[in-house]
Design a protein around this ligand. Sequence first.
Ligand code: UD1
Length: 417
Amino acid sequence: MMDKLVIEGSHQLEGEVCVHGAKNAVLPILAATILNGGKNVIHSCPDLKDVRASVNILKHLGCEVEMQDGTLVINSSGACGFEIPERLMHEMRSSVIFLGAIIARFGKAIAALPGGCELGPRPIDLHLSAFRQLGVDIEEEHGYIKCSCDRIVPTAIHLDFPSVGATENIMLVAALAQGTTIITNAAKEPEIEDLQKYLNSMGAKIAGAGTSVIQIEGVKKLGDVEHSVIPDRIAAATYLSCSAAAGGTIELKNVIPSHMEAFLSVAEQYGAKIYVSDERIVHVAPKKLEAVKIVRTLPYPGFPTDAQSPLMAALTLARGASIFVENIFESRYKHVYELCRMGADITVDGRTAVVRGVNELSGANVCAMDLRGGAALAVAALAANGRTVISNVYHIDRGYENFEKTLKALGAKITRQ
Ligand code: UD1
């Protein structure tokens, strides 16, 4: 039986949340562990379904993996596999990130094409085009991608769109190449900076992550590494959305406020009082949220697409109409229909959603359609009158560690069935 979350709404949230390590930082780092053929010690590793799926891929490739109290120890010295079978590829959408690391280490890689996903088509053309520019031969047949090369040929690569995954894949494949690779129009997400830090701690020579130009000077060998993963800015934004919807005052610990600027700016617009110190954010929800004129999702440092749905769920209860424009993914409004079943008033036209604030939401049986959309249903449920039952919770488990425990500690009435 698949798990369900049962939430009795209309209880204010009060207290502290210690934010877990970032899913989107740790996934490329797990791929990077293949590169050094040595020991990798990763602290603040969140216990998530996607992390376990990555660990399964690493084990399949021949790595030794141990997880203890949030620290993953991976020894990749015995890795010899270069093929990721379909079943492991489908467990996680972002498994394409393993290709770059496997090619860098073995000069070849075979993987099933990642399936289409709940956010609309998720092409990997930018990844493959970058690999080709770096001298990798690629054949696509029978649903598999076969990559091979005698050696990586460093070059300058311009990305037509600042894809997070493609930027990371280029860094991974170029880290061990002979010569200098330059990425222009690179993605600037903080998770890319964390990957650079990880690789450089191994002995790589990479500079520029966090800006749109990244320079990777290949090195011959990479060594053992120990690293702490940055806090998850999307989980942080989700808990702030919960607080905005349900009311009350919460304090986030283990956050990097500068990574949250786009969200915090919106939070001020909906009327929250925000107090920021070193690694903490206090969020005081207003009695009634104000509508936010327009929220456009954009590459970092713009408003993150991953926080769009949790924020939207909170703004269903605002005074006035808020407009969302989703610029990153084609079909990222699947939560809208479920929110409407709870009484929200939202209309979607292409990439635009208009959210007219209502006075109350009512609990309903709803279904998580994707990771962040699932979290959005929980945000709405916390504010709704009566009981909401969310099915397909496995989506939420892909990206939030101890989701209901964390909310329960804030006073939410939430249980898993
Ligand atoms: C990463 C994040 C994901 C986040 C997204 C955008 C991880 C593990 N996941 O995903 O949570 O929502 O960034 O911030 O870090 N595209 C192409 N061709 C490609 C690659 C991407 O057209 O080869 C398009 C995608 O379809 C999408 C857009 O570019 O419309 C952004 O994708 P990208 O930045 O690559 O996202 P991911 O790395 O998949």
